[in-house]
Design a protein around this ligand. Sequence first.
Ligand code: GLY
Length: 352
Amino acid sequence: MIDTPRRTGYDAVVVGGGVVGLASAWRAAQRGLSVLVVERDRPGAGASGVAAGMLAPVTEAAFGEEGVLALNARSAQMWPAFAAELAGHTGVDVGFRASGALVVGVDRDDAEELRRQLHFQQSLGLDAEWLTSREARRLEPRLSPRVTGAIHAPEEAHVDPRSVVRALVAALESDGAEILMATASGVAPDSVTLGDGTRIRAGSVVVAAGCWTGSFEGAPVVRPVKGQILRLRASEPLTERLVRTPRCYVVSRTSGEVVVGGTVEERGFDTDVTAGGIHRLLEAAWEVLPEIEELEFVEASARLRPATPDNLPVIEERDGIVWATGHYRHGVLLAPVTAEAVVEMLEPARVA
Ligand code: GLY
């Protein structure tokens, strides 16, 4: 990471050092382009650095959002090879686990909601089945006896986004790309201007600045949606699968890290962690996994998901600038497919 650009121009300048920006930059660098990432804080400082890392197109499928499903499913299929390639390139295990997921409920309202979800998932041809309480608890013995039934989605997976960020930074640096810690104040088709007025020439400009994308002229409409999320520590993984309820999700890693997420709040750019947010998440996780209360509390954080009015990501060239934003709840999941699409839009012409 650098604090002054080494050149006056690059083949591609990517604004934003979250998983989407880093993955796009890596793919560009792999094509032999000179690449600069401009990140206002540090790589992964936004939503990528706290995300749970669910790769869950089936259990994230939402009524009325069928449009994003095909993209989610395609990117989920890309993840095993993407994770293996990153690990092979950098030696960093990004924690990819093809774990499967259980969505569990504890009362009649939940059961009704889960049946509706299952019907929707199956109507879309997704791999999901109903399990009785006993069947669910056979798969995940730490589930509470209060669990009344579950959706089993065997193809869901997860990664560790913090390791993904670390691996992408290492991959970028080994492929000759630069990561500049600076604020971009303006973007144009042929340049990025930094907060101190420095203008960096660019063959292509990619803006992957999450919910800050909206600050640039001509940007798509993106708003921040706050998510609070907790990290706990267990001596061994609490569950093998992702466990979700209508009120929370729980991701257990082999390291013993247990991630409980995530609130969905319309609070503008507020990133305060609140007692109410923590309370609701812990209670929701505890009602299905009571051993949660014995775990060591490690961290509570809040970050901002970039959402568009229709919850569809924007991955397109507009007025000469490539925009890759609005991934909302799916930034980590959609990183491989977005990076591939972004690279196809870059100018082959060399700047430097
Ligand atoms: N991907 C889950 C969330 O955004 O909370």
